[in-house]
Design a protein around this ligand. Structure first.
Ligand code: AMP
Length: 187
C-alpha cells in the first residue's frame, strides 16, 4: 500500500468557533502524527490551523507551516515547528501544494473554501491527481456537496469528477480514503 507522507490541511483561522471544530482539528493533528504523516498547513497559530498543528507537534509528528510575511502577526505564526515565510498568498498555496501528496479540508471560511476549490480546479484541468477529502462531523460541508451535485447534474463538470469529491466524518476515515485514492491513482 502506498504510504501517504505529507498531507496538506486547509481549515479555518477563526478562534471564535464551536469547540467541537477545534477538537476535530486536534484529533486530525494527532491522527497525522500517529500515522507518521507530515502536516503541511498555512503556518498559523490561530483557529483550527493552530489547534491541528499544536496537536501534531505535541504528539511528536512533523509539521511544515507556510506563511506569507504580511500575515505573520495576524495569523500568529506557530514558531515551534519548521516553517517557511513567503512573499504572497499565491506562493503559499503553491508551496503547500508542492509539499503534499493529498489534501484534507476541515471546516473553515472563505480562505479554506478558496484554497480547496482552487486545488479542485487544478485537478479538473488535469494539472494534478492528488486526492482531497472534506472532513466534518456535523455535515458542515454537505451544502458544498449539494452544490457539486447540481453542477454535475447540470453537466458543467463531468460525472467522473465525483471520484475527486470525498466526504468523511473521522480523521481515520479521511486518511484511509486518501490512501486508497493515492494507491489507485498510482496503479
Ligand atoms: P479562513 O477559512 O477564511 O479562516 O482562511 C483559512 C486560511 O486560508 C487562512 O490562513 C488564510 O490566510 C488562508 N487563505 C485565504 N485566502 C488564501 C489564498 N488565496 N491563498 C492561500 N491561502 C489563503
Amino acid at each position: 500500500m502506498t504510504k501517504l507522507k505529507s498531507v496538506c490541511v486547509y481549515c479555518g483561522s477563526s478562534n471564535d468557533v464551536k469547540p467541537e471544530y477545534l477538537r476535530l482539528a486536534q484529533e486530525l493533528g494527532r491522527a497525522l502524527a500517529q500515522q507518521d504523516i507530515r502536516l503541511v498547513y498555512g503556518g498559523g497559530g490561530v483557529g483550527l490551523m493552530g489547534a491541528c498543528a499544536r496537536a501534531t507537534h505535541s504528539e511528536g509528528g512533523d509539521v511544515l507551516g507556510i506563511m506569507p510575511r504580511f500575515l505573520l502577526q495576524k495569523e500568529r505564526i506557530f514558531e515551534d515547528v519548521p516553517h517557511e515565510i513567503v512573499e504572497d498568498m499565491h506562493t503559499r498555496k503553491q508551496r503547500m501544494f508542492d509539499e503534499s501528496d493529498a489534501f484534507i479540508v476541515l471546516p473553515g471560511g472563505i480562505g479554506t473554501l478558496e484554497e480547496a476549490v482552487e486545488m479542485l480546479s487544478w485537478a479538473r484541468l488535469g494539472l494534478h491527481a492528488k486526492p482531497m477529502a472534506f472532513l466534518d462531523e456535523d455535515g458542515f460541508w454537505t451544502p458544498f456537496f449539494t452544490l457539486m451535485d447540481r453542477i454535475i447534474e447540470g453537466k458543467f463538470t463531468p460525472e467522473e469528477f465525483r471520484a475527486a469529491l470525498v466526504h468523511e466524518n473521522t480523521p481515520e476515515a479521511a486518511l484511509q480514503a486518501l490512501c486508497d485514492r493515492v494507491v489507485r491513482l498510482g496503479d
